[in-house]
Ligand binder design. Sequence first.
Ligand code: PGA
Length: 272
Amino acid sequence: MSHRQRIVVANWKANLPPGEEVALAGDIATELARQHDVAAPMSVEVLLAPSHLALVAVTSHLRREHPTIGIGTVAQDVSAAEAGAHTGESPALHLLGIADGVIVGHSERRRERGETDRVVGAKLARVVAAGMRPILCLGDDVRDGGGAERAAVLELQWTAALVSAAEHGVDRDALVASGLVVAYEPVWAIGSGRPATPETASAAATIIRNAASADLPILYGGSVEAGGAAAYVASRGEGGGRIDGLLVGGASLRASKFVEIVTAVRTSVGAG
Ligand code: PGA
């Protein structure tokens, strides 16, 4: 059994209006408190990623109504620009004190918003410079076989983001020291109902750690459901491509389903 902290992130995307996001956060906190001894040290860090519109309200609600449960929040995205005259942007500095971290480079932003590795690197740099923890999403579109192809895509995404972050004043060491988490999110698995196997996720974790030359915490995301959740985080022994947690989209929109996933992760790594 590993004593590493596991992390489970709920990414609500743009699925719910803000009022429902606050209610969902409350339901998750209530259900977690009911099922778990929240006085015991948490072996799983639970983070909710509401929409920007609901981030303040969800964070305030959790702090006010559920102060002891220890659920944090992260932003789904951040501006590549510094604070200033940038209409409609949400700079990292302004997220400080509201969110515990920021998701950067989600594939939906890469595909739908044309976000390049260069932009992703700039965002990483802003987050780190603001003193926040980034959750960097990397993901291939190589569904079958293709270990070498997958490795090439992931290495390229990592390296290009790193180069861009360095150009924006944040080098690799600073990035790693920020508490950087990487989420392996294969594009073909997200929202498809066909998750990557734990073996594929584990192999990707090894590729990413090798590319980063660092023992980064790595999450898996893409069609995670409660039934399959535990297998990802189960220990694989020495050099086995450890997965430290999950990034959950669709299955995080129902409190009971999401808490089942948290419970599965907690149970698979021991009590707590
Ligand atoms: P999904 O989304 O669980 O709905 O596949 C995961 C993600 O995009 O983070």
